[in-house]
Structures are given as C-alpha cells and as structure tokens.
Write a protein of this length. Sequence first.
Length: 84
Amino acid sequence: MSAAAVGTARMRTKMIAAVALAKIYGPAPVDTALATAAELGRFADEDLAQLMRHQATARPGEVHRLAEMRSLQTGTSAWAGFGS
C-alpha cells in the first residue's frame, strides 16, 4: 500500500470513531473535541476520546498554554559546548 492509501484508511477509521461517539454523546462535544484535536495536532487513536473525557470533567475557563519562557524545562543551552 502507498502512504496515501494508509493515511486515508487511518483517517476513515478515525472519522468512523467520531461518528460513533457523536451517536452516543451527541455532535456538540465531538465537534468541540475535534476542533481541539486539530488545534493541538492531536491525532493518535485515543486522542479524541481522551479530549472528550477531559472536556467533560474540566472546569470551564480560559485555556492556558505554557510558553517556553515559563517552562521548568532546562532547555538545550547546557548542550552548547558538548562535543567541542
């Protein structure tokens, strides 16, 4: 199979799952989760269901995204002299 055929099959499977979730929970939460998945680039097999679970239990409010400047991650500057 070509890469395009594999990608098409995977997308079809994900859309079938989205339609099944919409039949159970209604279209609004699935639509919201699909929009969030697209915004965040979350396309793994369980991402849609996980986003729906999170949206069902999360407190409403503004979404906060961490910026690199506010991260506790040390970054890559410590590697600057590596191999010199």
